[in-house]
Design a binder for this molecule. Sequence first.
Ligand code: GTP
Ligand code: MG
Length: 136
Amino acid sequence: VERTLILVKPDGVKRQLSGAILARVEAKGYAIANLKMVNADRALLEEHYAEHQGKPFFEPLVEFMLSGPVVAAIVEGHRVIEGFRSLAGTTDPTTAAPGTIRGDFGRDWGLKVQQNLVHGSDSVESAEREIGIWFK
Ligand code: GTP
Ligand code: MG
């Protein structure tokens, strides 16, 4: 069965939305196979976001992800990768569709990086790579 890595980012944890977010994942019918709270270090985050190295938002993104604990989950189900990304909504929370996690709970706070509550792997290869990073 397909697996994905989901993160509730520090903004979601601080705003006490972890439960509401995981409830939506479960309500859609996906299964949480593993779950933990993590204080990520810089090395882990630079590996996780390796594809964004060199982009202008890379350093602010890493700093944001270091700003507090994240909730990491392995979630399972047929087509869960595209299913969760659809549930999460598009990257920019200002314009993410209402009904999605980012669209319902997120907005622009005028900060250097888009604080958009969640991460979900974008392919089977990314999912397996990211699960290896967060659940060593
Ligand atoms: P993730 O699920 O977190 O990977 O989001 P995504 O796949 O929708 O976005 P992407 O992988 O392209 O970017 C990773 C994260 O970097 C995003 O979730 C944002 O927090 C941040 N980010 C991406 N693009 C921009 C941008 O153009 N400007 C700013 N400020 N932040 C960005
Ligand atoms: Mg991404």
